[in-house]
Design a protein around this ligand. Structure first.
Ligand SMILES: NC(=O)c1ccc[n+]([C@@H]2O[C@H](COP(=O)([O-])OP(=O)(O)OC[C@H]3O[C@@H](n4cnc5c(N)ncnc54)[C@H](OP(=O)(O)O)[C@@H]3O)[C@@H](O)[C@H]2O)c1
Length: 408
């Protein structure tokens, strides 16, 4: 009886779940959103996240067909082309892709949550949502495509009644960055001891965005459309962070000697970058392929302050779920998470074996695979009991299997 009630309530919940579609679910931001709705808010939202292989933002028809099939009540766009994508790809995915989703959302009359970037802003302090750089040919492909998407969505909100919310993120920190970009590239470079000096000026500060908190905002703004519709919000931690201080704090956590507290002047960093670029180009001629980290294309940003105001968001009814959490408070956890992962993937020059979670597994797998195989088949190869139980109950309900005789 209790089992049946539980199943019935599960089905009722499934029927009443709000359905949404997320593009870019395998990325840093998309992964956090999926995790939030599937673990923290389980049972409230049925979030579908097709991979780019299934529905590419380059394919207008695929987007329309998918949305028609799923009939979502909202759509979120966290998809983005590689930061160093050429003009065609950046335009196709970051701009036209966003536009295609917006046109579909406007037609279906559903809210569209669009993730944007501080790359659309100039340097400066306390920048608000009404500011942006001027659209011009010299902008990077990334900044240009993100800015054009923002501008077009605002136009569509006025002209075509698009119900969208644009969230501008600054430097994002959090787990699930498979590409090692932005803040995680800084962490990687320091952990790899490949940053001898500080590539910044004293006092240069930036805003940081916490990917762990972002889904709470998305959930809130989906529930409060009147407050958020047609608007752009900066989503950053209230306190900006000095780049040099952050780099030296990471160094301290890692207990290493680099980077030295010496500030490399911008002209020197820029010349160094050019020399490295030329060297790498030369090396390709003898069959060695190498590339500079993509973040170096934003080298100038390391030397300029850019901080975003969060006053507009603070004036809404949204409350920060973890007000004390900052990039500093999360450093120990993030360092452990990423160093374990990078060490295991042999990405770091300095391979720290103390970071291994389970040395026993490693030892057995490496030195005694037969022992591991025998122990797995003996202890851990039976079908999962819980799933088997569900399957049997379902089969009985649909009449595929006769009811079990009750024991005497
Ligand atoms: N990370 C940051 O520091 C940062 C800073 C500011 C703003 N943002 C913004 O946050 C958003 C998410 O960024 P992220 O860092 O999470 O990106 P990410 O980790 O690089 O992930 C990119 C996502 O886009 C998907 N994608 C790529 N090409 C696609 C296509 N043709 N069709 C459909 N999906 C495609 C990828 O899917 P596949 O894996 O299936 O290809 C992946 O899921 C972006 O709007 C970005 O501008 C990020």
């Amino acid at each position: 009886m209790a089992d049946s009630l539980h199943r019935l309530s599960g089905r009722y919940q499934a029927m009443n779940k709000r359905r949404g579609v997320l593009f870019g679910g395998s990325g840093l931001i998309g992964g956090s959103i999926i995790r939030y709705f599937s673990l923290k808010k389980r049972g409230t939202v049925d979030l579908r996240a097709p991979s780019s292989k299934k529905v590419s933002l380059k394919d207008c028809e695929a987007i329309q067909d998918y949305l028609l099939e799923v009939r979502p009540e909202f759509v979120i766009n966290a998809a983005i082309a590689n930061i160093i994508a050429d003009p065609e790809l950046a335009c196709e995915i970051n701009y036209f892709g966003a536009l295609r989703i917006a046109r579909a959302a406007a037609a279906l009359k559903i809210p569209y949550v669009h993730l944007s970037s501080a790359a659309t802003l100039p340097p400066g302090e306390n920048l608000d949502e009404d500011q942006s750089v001027a659209l011009a040919p010299h902008l990077s492909n990334y900044a240009k495509s993100k800015l054009m998407a923002e501008m077009t969505l605002n136009y569509m909100a006025h002209e075509h009644g698009l119900d969208h919310t644009c969230i501008r993120l600054s430097i994002v920190y959090g787990k699930r960055d498979n590409k090692i970009q932005g803040f995680h590239r800084l962490l990687f470079t320091i952990a790899d001891e490949s940053m001898p000096f500080l590539l910044t000026r004293p006092g240069v500060r930036h805003s940081y965005s916490n990917s762990h908190k972002l889904p709470y905002l998305i959930h809130y703004l989906l529930d409060n459309r009147a407050e958020f519709s047609g608007k752009t919000f900066n989503f950053v931690d209230p306190e900006p962070v000095e780049l040099a201080d952050l780099a030296l704090t990471i160094r301290k956590h890692l207990g290493i000697g680099r980077p030295k507290k010496i500030f490399m002047p911008y002209w020197m960093a820029r010349s160094g970058k050019r020399v490295l670029q030329a060297t790498l180009r030369g090396l390709t001629k003898v069959g060695v392929k190498g590339a500079l980290p993509p973040e170096l294309m934003f080298l100038g940003a390391f030397y300029r302050t850019q901080t975003l105001s969060c006053a507009r968001l603070q004036a809404t009814g949204f409350t920060d779920p973890y007000p004390l959490e900052t990039v500093y408070t999360r450093l120990p956890e993030l360092i452990h998470h990423y160093l374990t992962r990078w060490s295991r993937q042999h990405l770091l020059n300095r391979y720290d074996r103390t970071l291994e979670f389970d040395l026993a597994v490693r030892e057995d797998f490496t030195a005694d695979p037969l022992k591991m195989f025998e122990s797995v088949v003996t202890d851990a190869s039976t079908p999962y009991a819980e799933l088997k139980k569900c399957r049997t109950t379902e089969a009985r309900e649909t009449g595929a299997e006769p009811p079990q005789q009750s024991s005497p």
